[in-house]
Each structure stands twice: as C-alpha cells, then as structure tokens.
Design a protein around this ligand. Structure first.
Ligand SMILES: C[S@@+](CC[C@H](N)C(=O)[O-])C[C@H]1O[C@@H](n2cnc3c(N)ncnc32)[C@H](O)[C@@H]1O
Length: 370
C-alpha cells in the first residue's frame, strides 16, 4: 500500500476535528508524526487542515448553494476541504477538484465532483460578513462593538492568516506581543518574581533570562512540566510549582513583582488555534471574567509594598481586562510600556492583531504604594 498523500492526511485529521471535536494542533501533530510526508507536504497538509478549519463557515456557505439536503459527515468534510482549496488555498482548480474527488468513496464521487466544479465556476454572494470571514456571529458582533467596524474587520481578517514565527535571542519561539508583556514587568536582576499562570513558560523564561529569580506556577501539573522542560532547555533556574492562583499558598507580600498572564478567551490569538472560534461560547467569556477576578484579587496580596502587579490577556475585550476593578491597595501604573506597539486602552494598553502582525493582547500595570 502506498503512503498517504498530504490531502489524505489532511482529510483524516479534519474528520477527527469536525466529527470528534479533536483539537486541530494535537490531532494533526500526531498524524504528521506518523506519516512519511516530506517537509513540503507536511506544510501543505498543515495549511489544508488549519485553513479548512478556520474557513469552515465560509466553505459551508460556498457549498450549500449547490446542495439540497445535508450530506453525510465525511462528505461534508470533503466538500469543505475542496472549497477551501478552490477559494482560499493556493491550489490550481483542476488539482483541487480532481485530487479531492479522488479521496471520495465511489458512491459519492460524482456528487463531490459536481458540487466542487460549481463552487469553482460560480461567483459568490456572501450571505453575511461573518460568513465571508468565517466566524460565529457573536465573535464578529462582539469585536465590532469593542473595536469599531474597521479595526474589528482588520483584526478578524488578520486572524484568518497563519501566525508569523518569531524567535527570541535565546531561541525560544514567542510572539512579539508576549515578549512585550514580559518586558512590561521591567524586572531588575535579582528581583523575586511570581508568574502565576506560567505554562508553557514563555514569559517566565523571558523574566528569568532578564535576571529575575522566578517562581513559575500553574494549576495544571502536566503544563508545569512544560515550564520546567523549557527552563532546562534554556539553562535557566526557575522554581516550578503546581498552584491554583485563586488560592495561592505563598506568604503575603513575598514578591517584588507578580505577573498574571491570565487564562482568557483568546479572542486576540485566534490565528494560533484554528478551531478555537468554533469551540468558544459567549458564556465562556463570563466564566473566565469570574476566574480572572479571583486570580487578580488573590495574586495582589502576594506583592510587597512598593512592588508591581502586571496583568495580561491575549484577548481584545474590556470585560476580561480593563473592566476588572483595580485591586485594593493598588494604583494604576499608566506609564507607557517600555516596548511594543501598544495603543492606550482605558487605564491599560492594547495591541490589535493587525497593528504589528502579532497576537492581540491587553496589558494593565498596577503598583502597590510603599
Ligand atoms: C495564557 S496561558 C499562560 C501562558 C504563559 N504565561 C506563557 O507565556 O507561556 C494561561 C495559563 O493559565 C493556567 N491557569 C488556568 N487557571 C489557572 C489557575 N486557577 N491558577 C493557575 N493557573 C491557571 C492555564 O493552565 C494556562 O497554562
């Protein structure tokens, strides 16, 4: 039997993502590792899986014009894969159609072929902006309310493209906006710094690399081991602990600075997780706001008088950032952060995905008067 093609691997991964709710990065990574695909084909399969997943709603809209009753799940996935290649992928139409039809079982081949040929040859009139950009309505509505139409559209369009890879001087791959957050802690060598939500350790390693004595905590033990592995790889000495940031066991006022890189909806980093937009629900944001509030209040107690509390989220909304009350006994530090393309945002700072080709992020800095 011959080795599976890039399209076959992509189709199998998409079946797991569409049908079983598997996480795109996890399922594809495992399938690529098992495959014998060469680098170029691995990149092609990755583009097919991530692109088709991101553009799922748009692909369905393209296809649904030409079908009268819902196809079975496997055929639906195949039509999405074909439509993605035809309209969004950099694939010649004849290859997109014939190679995708080649993945169909004999009984549906004619149907898939007919639908994809029509998709290829018929101009599209999009039923809505959300369908064209391939997001759930609520995400488009929320970002439009928060950012205004122009910035919302630019952000949504940018988050339909793969993230650019950015590598720090020490070799750690980290988005620039995350590097700017770490820089905004403004650590001095020897300072005791707690990173309350540290895994996989991007910011903790940046802080340790800048000379701070870092404690990296995270509630999930398996993710704490990622921080430890990253620290070891970079030759950094970081104290890694499993700890729930809503109930920290550290002594009050025991850190010079505390960073809360809070669990959030990730609405500013959707380009990294192609399936996230289809998983997230509006109620998730409400749950996260509650969790963030508890983490903020509990972590603030760990900052010594004269110390700093830095809060960040890779989302764009006020509810998960500047709407949180300033913790008791703290004041806002409204100095511009030392580096980054931040825009003022209430008493904090925000970068939108299209401002500097980074993840979207919000940063708020507080200080505890001495
Ligand atoms: C945005 S990620 C952190 C990214 C990390 N700071 C970095 O730069 O690599 C948020 C983290 O918060 C953790 N988390 C969620 N709830 C938590 C809690 N109650 N206490 C501590 N960590 C929590 C998650 O496991 C996740 O690793």
């Amino acid at each position: 039997m011959s080795a599976p093609s890039a399209r076959r691997v992509a189709f199998d991964a998409l079946r797991r993502i569409d049908g079983d709710g598997a996480y795109a990065n996890i399922v594809l990574g495992a399938m690529l590792d098992r495959s014998e695909l060469h680098e170029q084909d691995r990149r092609f399969a990755t583009d097919l899986v991530y692109g088709t997943t991101r553009m799922r709603r748009a692909c369905d809209a393209l296809v649904d014009r030409f079908i009268t009753s819902p196809p079975d799940d496997a055929t639906r996935t195949l039509l999405r894969l074909g439509a993605y290649q035809l309209v969004f992928g950099d694939v010649a139409p004849h290859a997109a159609v014939s190679e995708t039809v080649g993945l169909a079982p004999r009984r549906t081949r004619g149907f898939v072929n007919a639908v994809l040929r029509k998709v290829s040859s018929t101009d599209m009139v999009w039923p809505s902006e959300a369908a064209r950009l391939s997001y759930p309505d609520w995400i488009v509505d929320r970002l439009t309310d928060e950012l205004g139409r122009d910035d919302a559209l630019a952000s949504l369009i940018r988050m339909n493209e793969p993230a650019t890879v950015s590598v720090r001087d020490d070799g750690y791959v980290q988005d620039p906006s995350s590097q700017w957050v770490a820089a905004a802690v403004e650590v001095a060598p020897g300072e005791r710094v707690l990173d309350t939500c540290a895994a996989p350790g991007g910011k903790a390693t940046a802080l340790a690399g800048a000379g701070a004595v870092v404690t990296a905590a995270d509630v999930r033990a398996n993710r704490v081991s990622l921080v430890a592995a990253n620290a070891e790889r970079l030759g950094l000495d970081i104290d890694c602990v499993v700890e729930d940031a809503t109930q920290p066991s550290f002594a009050p006022a025991s850190f010079d600075a505390v960073l809360i890189d809070a669990p959030c909806s990730g609405l500013g980093a959707l380009r990294r997780r192609p399936d996230a937009r289809w998983r997230l629900q509006p109620s998730d944001v409400d749950d996260l706001v509650e969790l963030q509030h508890r983490i903020l209040a509990a972590s603030a107690r760990l900052v010594r008088p004269g110390g700093r509390l830095v809060y960040s989220v890779c989302t764009l909304t006020a509810a998960e950032s500047i709407d949180h009350a300033t913790p008791d006994g703290f004041e806002v530090d409204d100095r511009p952060p030392p580096v980054g393309s931040w825009r003022p945002f209430g008493h904090g700072w925000r970068v939108l995905p299209h401002d500097a080709d980074t993840d979207g992020m919000v940063l708020v800095r507080y200080r505890r008067p001495a």
